[in-house]
Ligand binder design. Structure first.
Ligand SMILES: [Zn+2]
Length: 178
């Protein structure tokens, strides 16, 4: 695809490029259409979402190093845009070394863009913050108005209220990369 885009760039004197799609709209819509046409195929249409571009599936348990080694080569081919992300457990706010290690990984695997995902909960009533995986009630004031900061396909979001069902299914399948 990259060579084809290069050919077209030469031929038409325009900048064509390949983009690794973030899949917000495509993720659910295409899967439903393909399931209708081809039926439920194991590992392909058996979930309600498609894996983002050339990513290792979100439910696949592996280390950040392994993930970088697989996804890195595609960044050179998708110069229109791409993202590598790592889900880490715990709180990265006070662990700059964890972030630094991931930046080193990017460097050694020729990765162009990266995000580090970790939980961040904030009580909207009293301001209490932590990084627990499931926080529904504030331990300080008892409020259930908890803002859960998460990242999906490159955007920071406070709540998942506006995510489509396909992306919600993807979120619940995500595993931490250790
Ligand atoms: Zn609170």
């Amino acid at each position: 695809m990259r060579s084809r885009a290069n050919e077209f760039s030469e031929r038409y004197q325009h900048n064509f490029s390949v983009l690794a799609t973030p899949a917000e709209g495509l993720s659910g819509k295409f899967t439903a259409k393909d399931r209708k046409t081809f039926g439920e195929l194991p590992g392909i249409t058996d979930k309600i979402y498609y894996t983002n571009s050339n990513h290792v599936p979100v439910y696949y348990k592996c280390s950040p190093r392994h993930k970088a080694r697989i996804e890195g080569p595609y960044h050179e081919l998708t110069r229109g845009g791409h993202i590598f992300y790592v889900e880490i457990d715990g709180d990265a706010t006070h662990n700059p070394q964890a972030i630094s290690d991931i930046v080193d990984l990017m460097d050694s695997n020729n990765i162009g863009y990266c995000s580090v995902n970790h939980n961040r909960n904030r009580c909207m009533k009293c301001g209490y913050e932590d990084s627990q995986e499931h926080l529904d009630i504030c331990p300080k004031c008892g409020s259930s108005d908890i803002d859960k900061l998460q990242r999906i396909t490159g955007y920071l979001v406070g709540t998942t209220d506006r995510w489509n069902s396909a992306k919600l299914a993807e979120l619940s399948d995500r595993v931490v990369h250790k």
